[in-house]
Design a binder for this molecule. Structure first.
Ligand code: SF4
Length: 202
């Protein structure tokens, strides 16, 4: 099978999703990908190679036909920042709405504040908080970089000053995670909060 068979975009409900890459900064224990399973609904999101921005743009269609176009797959979209910005800008240019699902570690990875660049072409951010303490975060998310938990919290706070629609998320049902405290921490930083349910992706 060659890359032309890769599932670069996929639809769930009235949203179109973009599968931008192969790699993550985290290795979440609760993620199907960590267990070697790249399936999501009826789609298989494993990629043979990293897609080019133009290949994705060609598949988006009319973004106004969808409630929003969401960057979300079994990878961290901000690891491919250049492609992410190109695709998101193309969607905005065609009048679409863009949401980015992210681990909130882009500033740690890129060693600079990338939020002003994202704000040019991203309408909404969903940031995976996943835990209310560093210890529990590290246990479930297994970050490859040190200080990831603090960097994620700082990213949430900075994001709310840059982008209007910012939601932090955590998964109800993960051992040791206190959803009420996660919500409090999100709201203290000016973000909305969404409780996710274990084993339901999207
Ligand atoms: S960041 Fe997302 S895709 Fe990556 S391992 Fe964690 S849950 Fe899976």
């Amino acid at each position: 099978m060659n890359s032309s068979h890769d599932q670069l975009v996929y639809d769930i409900g009235n949203k179109r999703y973009i599968n931008l890459g192969k790699h993550c900064t985290l290795k979440c224990t609760f993620c199907p990908k960590t267990q070697g399973n790249w399936d999501l609904h009826e789609y298989n999101l494993s990629l043979h190679q990293q897609p080019k921005a133009q290949d994705i743009i060609a598949l988006i269609g009319d973004p106004k036909e969808f409630e929003e176009i969401v960057f979300c797959g079994y990878s961290e979209p901000t690891l491919r920042l250049k492609e992410l910005l190109l695709v998101a800008q193309a969607i905005k240019d065609q009048g679409g709405r863009v949401r980015l699902n992210t681990d909130g570690l882009a500033n740690l990875v890129h060693q600079r504040n990338v939020l002003p660049e994202l704000a040019q072409c991203v309408d909404a951010l969903s940031i995976s908080m996943n835990a209310h303490t560093e210890e529990i975060y590290n246990k479930h998310c297994q970050p490859g970089l040190p200080k990831a938990f603090d960097a994620m919290l700082e990213f949430i706070e900075l994001a709310t000053k840059t982008i209007d629609d910012v939601t932090a998320t955590a998964i109800d049902g993960l051992e040791g995670v206190d959803i009420a405290i996660c919500q409090q921490m999100a709201e203290q930083r000016g973000a909305k909060f969404r409780r996710r349910v274990l084993d339901i992706v999207g």
